[in-house]
Design a protein around this ligand. Structure first.
Ligand code: NAD
Length: 338
């Protein structure tokens, strides 16, 4: 019988790609997404419509905060595994509308955790972010580094998600994995993120905003690589204390719970201006650059140590930046007919 997975955020960028991958691997997938209007809802509707072409997919379009609908949906589906990706994302928007992050990421995540323990699922996996490394300057970022200096309410709510997950893993013995994603990019991406804005600006001949005068570095992760990493972690269930073999060097496994935090990144930091040049080269037009100071809450660099996921699963990202950018630009041109 097909294994059953409940994924929140399936109308979103990463959830859509993960659902596609798992459907192709023979899973039965139930998606859950409130199709919030943080960005173009049509893009979210199109993603769900694409997934709905597969009969092993069904979705409930509702908010995480609607606890009755969420509980009914999870109870009826009886998943083996839950992957929780739905969230209010975005570093910059968290300065404008902090409450959205408290609602979706704190209350919403709590509701998902309650569902996971009620079933109970074999493994709960939830999205955190490289933003939890906050003001850390020691790079690459390791899962075992202290991460106590969040710079935005977005990062703070994700850090809270990690702490809440640990407590349920401890009290209920609920195996839980938290992913820390770095800057994810690729087709069907998010309109609020740099690649999308840069591509649109270059194609339309409008200026693109480049913060910190271009002195920015990001660990860009291609979305197909990322969801392959998530897929491998689904079957890497953190063991209970007392049921463990040889420790893995650098493992973030909690001494008190079946709980682990795992970076999924490319382990390569790319200068933002090189990224812009890759888009320009792909489109064949120069960008009009609007150099700006650093944005509040932003960090100049992120860079993942991805040796833990590699030790656990053998995962290695393999999409070069030029190829990933080319695939995004091709998708963008096709989607918008430009
Ligand atoms: N894309 C990245 O580079 C990146 C980096 C680090 C972490 N993350 C995390 O990965 C996860 C997925 O991100 P994404 O890039 O796919 O973002 P996304 O915004 O495209 O997807 C999130 C989805 O969640 C849904 N959602 C938001 N609030 C909701 C609520 N209260 N109830 C129900 N649905 C709700 C939205 O409608 C959206 O479809 C998020 O948890 C995000 O914080 C993403």
């Amino acid at each position: 019988m097909a294994r059953r997975i409940f994924i929140s955020g399936t109308a979103g960028f990463i959830g859509f790609h993960l659902a596609r991958l798992l459907l192709a691997q023979g899973w039965r997938v139930h998606g859950y997404d409130g199709l919030t209007d943080y960005y173009d809802v049509r893009l979210k509707q199109r993603r769900h419509a694409m997934l709905a072409q597969n009969e092993a997919f069904a979705a409930t379009e509702a908010m995480l905060e609607d606890v009755d609908t969420l509980q009914r949906t999870v109870e009826a589906f009886q998943p083996d595994v839950i992957v929780h990706l739905a969230a209010q994302a975005g570093v910059r928007y968290s300065l404008e509308n902090p409450r959205a992050y408290i609602d979706a990421n704190i209350l919403g995540t709590f509701n998902v955790m309650e569902c996971a323990r009620a079933v109970p699922v074999q493994h709960l996996l939830m999205a955190s972010t490289s933003s939890v490394y906050g003001a850390n300057e020691d790079m690459p970022f390791r899962e075992t580094d202290k991460a106590d200096t969040p710079l935005t309410i977005y990062a703070a709510t994700k850090k809270a998600t990690e702490a809440m997950g640990h407590s349920y893993a401890h009290i209920y013995g609920l195996p839980t994995t938290l992913f820390r994603f770095f800057t994810v990019y690729g087709p069907w991406g998010r309109p609020d993120m740099a690649l999308f804005k840069f591509t649109r600006g270059i194609l339309q001949g409008t200026p693109i905003d480049i913060y910190n005068h271009g002195e920015m570095w990001r660990d860009f992760t291609y979305v197909d690589d990322l969801v392959r990493g998530i897929g491998l972690l689904i079957d890497t269930v953190p063991p209970l204390p007392g049921a463990r073999g040889e420790p893995i060097p650098g493992d973030s496994l909690s001494p008190a719970a079946p709980f682990r935090v795992v970076n999924i990144g490319n382990s390569d930091k790319v200068r933002l201006l090189d990224f812009v040049e890759a888009i320009e080269a792909e489109i064949g037009t120069k960008a009009i650059r609007n150099y700006l100071p650093m944005q509040p809450g932003d960090v100049p660099a992120t860079f993942a140590d991805a040796s833990l996921i590699q030790a656990l699963t053998g995962f290695r990202p393999n999409t070069p930046i030029r190829e990933g950018v080319a695939r995004f630009v091709a998708w963008y041109r096709d989607y918008y007919g430009v």
